[in-house]
Design a protein around this ligand. Structure first.
Ligand SMILES: [Zn+2]
Length: 205
């Protein structure tokens, strides 16, 4: 899954993992990984997609994970109910709407992460990362913040719990995070969880 043993394609994180003492941080090298995402636009979000993608790329860089956008497609003719899908309490149980939304596209690979940009959700949330096992992905509402995409990708890549530590990407609401700098941070546990995800793969050299 990860190719940490392969020292030929490594990089040193730029100090975004505050838990590591300096000496250890210097020694820490990580094989570069990539996560492929496919962006499906049902309704254009308030924050331009390229800004959200840029933020996600910048934050996940600290985990040695490069976000690669494989596709950005406008989904037309999506039924009105799926433009404002029900997401329930967004904690494990899928709604009928989520099942239908994630099933809209023929996936070439169930390793790729699909992101659906919708108008809103019922109830109102900025994003929700609960998805069918065979269709990894998340839903982003048009009112989402510039950090919502990065945060939901963190969930899709396996980070299940929120933190109440200020300035961290996985805070319970990304509305607590302002514009950069600084970038929201990741803990070393979050980094290793994401790097073990089945949705990341060794970077092609
Ligand atoms: Zn969350």
């Amino acid at each position: 899954m990860s190719s940490d043993a392969d020292g030929t394609n490594t990089f040193t994180p730029s100090g975004l993992i505050p838990e590591l003492p300096n000496a250890e941080r210097k020694l820490e090298t990580m094989a570069r990984l990539t996560a492929s995402v496919r962006l499906y636009v049902v309704v254009s979000p308030d924050v331009p997609i390229e800004i959200s993608v840029e933020r996600a790329k910048n934050v996940l860089e600290a985990a040695g994970i490069e976000i690669v956008v494989m596709e950005e497609s406008l989904l037309e003719d999506v039924p009105e109910t799926l433009r404002v899908p029900r997401v329930g309490n967004c904690s494990g149980e899928l709604t009928h709407d989520q099942q239908r939304l994630f099933g809209l596209n023929d996936r070439k690979s169930n390793r790729d992460v699909a992101v659906y940009f919708v108008r809103a959700t019922i109830p109102f949330v900025d994003g929700c990362a609960v998805h069918p096992d065979e269709h990894p992905g998340c839903i982003i509402a048009s009112r989402a913040t510039e950090w919502t995409l990065a945060h939901e990708l963190g969930h899709v890549l396996g980070v299940a719990v929120h933190t109440d530590e200020p300035g961290r990407l996985m805070v319970s609401s990304t509305r607590q995070l302002g514009p950069p700098p600084p970038l929201p941070t990741l803990s070393s546990d979050e980094v290793s969880t994401m790097r073990r995800s089945m949705h990341v793969q060794p970077a092609v050299q």
